[in-house]
Design a protein around this ligand. Structure first.
Ligand code: HEM
Length: 431
């Protein structure tokens, strides 16, 4: 597992990191939740020397940050955690990539112009129309597992299904879902991970391919409108740049092509891993499937797939009693908020019947609240229903220990080895 080292330099002045702040290793999975619990108890807002962010870990403070978009700008949310070298920025710019803010990283007037238009398509009513097709996709994947005695559920199911669902929303038929995944993996690695040198250059090339694909898609829908997201945005645009520019439309399509599947892949993997690790909870679902929706929420809470999100201060602020200067980077620990013992009793235990589970903030809160939340819930619910029906005796493969997605923000198992028809169980710390 990659370890971030200190990026602090003499020229930056006195480093505000405490001992706890210096010990923070944002990419490491082992001990991740223990560290958050320690921070919540001892120093709930601390400065991380490794990434040079102020880290906010308690739910009340996280909510205060999210509730104040004027003091905490979203403009930083898609900026690389480790700034790109100038030659990479130049290559992206020369290649035609737009750094213009889109939905998730825009503030005030830009966001309020874009969001209602995106929401005309990205909403629960529209998502419900995909339910049968999503179930068919999931069933196909489960059928392909066949009689295999052992299978990696990420490779066989959770990696591709969300990309196939996204392809439905975007009317994509000319590239494989795997291509969408590969592009997004590069995008997330370069933005939220620690890519350098050739790896970063390759990721930048992939990012340009990804952007250009979105440009071609939007150009195609201008000539051949269909029942999909880009066509609807173009229809709303009505040729008027004051409503939406073509770059706005490409940016919105590109944004969903990143936001709309990695998160769900990880959330589904985390949930299945947690349920099979605490096998009593799997049995409870078998005995009472009406608990499935609550179990999905408990998965999002207990093993959040977006563990951290980001903001940048626009003025000097005080968070949890700690003064933070203007122009500072803030890492909002959604995983911390979702595991705050002040709100969630015994937070590291996985309880499919947890009563206040919906108080989690896995999808954020406030102005930028996730527009895909109902779709993610639908997909994960269907995946769980179909797995329980097909493989009621499923167990983790003996000795299996997952490796985790190596980014500051997204967390999920890279593989999930199971015995679909049961066998010896392993125990271990849930995700
Ligand atoms: C389990 C799966 C998912 C998780 C955990 C998740 C989480 C998040 C989070 C934390 C935010 C930022 C909220 C904030 O800044 O306050 C966000 C925004 C967003 N998400 Fe999701 N998301 C998921 C799935 C999806 C899906 C499936 C889609 C699209 C179909 C989607 C589309 C978006 C969009 C468009 C935004 C930007 C909203 C805005 O800025 O107004 N997400 N999501």
């Amino acid at each position: 597992m990659t370890t971030l080292t200190s990026t602090w330099t003499e020229g930056d002045g006195a480093c505000p990191a405490s001992t706890l702040g210096r010990a923070y290793r944002p990419l490491e999975h082992d001990g991740f939740y223990d560290f958050i619990a320690k921070a919540q108890a001892e120093e709930p807002v601390f400065f991380s020397e490794a990434i040079r962010y102020w880290v906010v870990t308690r739910r009340a403070d996280v909510l205060a940050v999210l509730a104040d978009p004027d003091s905490f700008s979203a403009a930083i949310t898609l900026a690389p955690v480790h700034p790109f070298p100038p030659e990479v920025v130049a290559a992206l710019r020369d290649g035609g990539f737009s750094f213009q803010p889109t939905l998730v990283n825009s503030d005030a007037s830009v966001h309020s112009r874009l969001r209602p238009k995106a929401q005309r398509f990205l909403n629960a009513k529209r998502y419900a129309t995909y339910a049968d097709r999503i179930r068919a996709i999931v069933r196909d994947h489960i059928a392909a597992i066949g009689e295999a005695p052992r299978v990696d559920l990420v490779a066989a199911l959770t990696y591709e299904v969300p990309a196939k669902v996204l392809a439905l929303l975007l009317g994509i038929e000319d590239i494989s879902p795997r291509q969408i995944k590969v592009w997004a993996d590069h995008r997330l690695g370069m933005t939220f991970g620690v890519l350098e040198g050739d790896e970063l250059a390759e990721a930048a090339r992939q990012l340009l391919d990804y952007w250009k694909y979105c440009e071609r898609l939007v150009a195609d829908r201008q000539d051949n409108p269909r029942d999909d997201y880009a066509s609807m945005l173009l229809d709303l645009r009505g040729g008027d740049d004051g409503v939406l520019t073509i770059t706005d439309v490409v940016g919105l399509v590109f944004g969903v092509m990143v936001a709309g599947h990695e998160t769900t892949t990880n959330a589904a993997g985390n949930l299945i891993h947690a349920l099979l690790t605490d096998r009593d909870q799997w049995e409870r679902l078998k005995a009472d499937p009406t608990l499935i929706p609550n179990a999905v929420e408990e998965g999002l809470r207990h093993s959040s797939s977006v563990v951290n999100w980001r903001r940048r201060t626009t003025r000097p602020v005080t968070v949890g009693g700690v003064d933070i200067p203007e122009g500072a980077n803030v890492l909002i620990s959604l995983a911390g908020a979702n595991n705050d013992p002040e709100v969630f009793e015994n937070p590291r235990s996985f309880d499919v019947g947890r009563e206040n589970v919906k108080d989690h903030v896995a999808f954020g809160k406030g102005r930028h609240f996730c527009l895909g939340a109902p779709l993610a819930r639908l997909e994960i619910t269907i995946i769980l229903e179909e797995l329980l029906a097909a493989f009621p005796d499923m167990t983790l493969a003996p000795g299996f220990q997952p490796a985790w997605v190596p980014t500051v923000t997204f967390r999920g198992p890279l593989s999930l080895e199971v015995l679909p028809r049961g066998g010896a169980m392993t125990t271990g710390e849930p995700a």
